[in-house]
Design a protein around this ligand. Sequence first.
Ligand code: IMP
Ligand code: MG
Length: 335
Amino acid sequence: MPCSVVVCGFFGDTGKGKIISYLALKDKAVVTARAGVGPNAGHTVLYKGKEYKLRMLPSAFVNEKCRLLIGPGVLINPEVLLREIELTQSKERVGVDPQCAIIEARHIEADKKGQLAEQIKTTGTGTGPCNAERALRTVKLAKDLSELKKYLVDVPLEVNQAIDKGKNVLIEGTQGTYLSLYHGTYPYVTSKDVTASAACSDVGVGPKKVDEVIIVFKAFTTRVGAGPLPDEISMEEAEKRGWREIGTVTGRPRRAAPFSYELAKRAVMLNSASMAAITKIDVLFPECKGAKSYDELTQGAIAFIENVEKEIKIPVTLMGTGPDALEIVDRRKLI
Ligand code: IMP
Ligand code: MG
């Protein structure tokens, strides 16, 4: 902080929602801006015993004082957005940029058939066809929709003013580095770049205004949809190790593999990450469940974290030890 960007260093689903909700509470973020593709993302937040699965609103909503903005680079499905505003009771603090593009029924239909559905195995949420139309300059924008009128604000202006006043600002990336249209495993990727630079561009923040880039990894690697996954294990083996997960948006089982040091190293480079978070430490090392300080971690967990740090050459400052927003070890002040 003051301005931190949070992105994923693998294939998405590393727990950005959890990390962002923790940071928003702990660092008293004043403004969050959602970057990334659109409602193809699924961010899970568990707070005060309640689980939220968000596809449009920033995961920072758990901090009731935080502004919840959506940057112009992001695609909006108005139905999903309005449902989430209702679910989180946040209508007074939501702001949508007038230049966000709108997903319509035809985009969703096109995403659910042909090569996108069968070869790429997309989320079917219409984001690829909508971004394609955006490039053709025929897509509708948020400013054209009367149901979004009361939420329209100049998001880049609000975010930059907050940064200039020294307030804590969080930029929430989505998907993961290796799903980037430019840096990922093309053609098995999403419909735009999703690295830290793209997240900044999505919300209108230039590269000189960012203080921290926090890259989120999980203690093992997962991937949903088609495309390469180094050292992939079978679904049966994943089940045995407790690594089997189900996709938030699509309900599909996630493919799994051990933590990839090679992917992690390159992701740190591509995002100019300044620190790392690793979630699900408690899945690899069950005795760490619920730990809130570094000395509560087991020797095995500490050896793993030290090994990651040696490889990626940036500090691992946040370690997830359970699904709740507050089940976390935070070493940021100590490093
Ligand atoms: P699309 O983004 O729906 O076009 O899907 C392209 C690829 O990215 C597919 O393999 C999806 O499963 C994957 N994908 C898109 N969004 C996410 C996400 O938020 N988490 C994990 N995988 C995603
Ligand atoms: Mg997800």
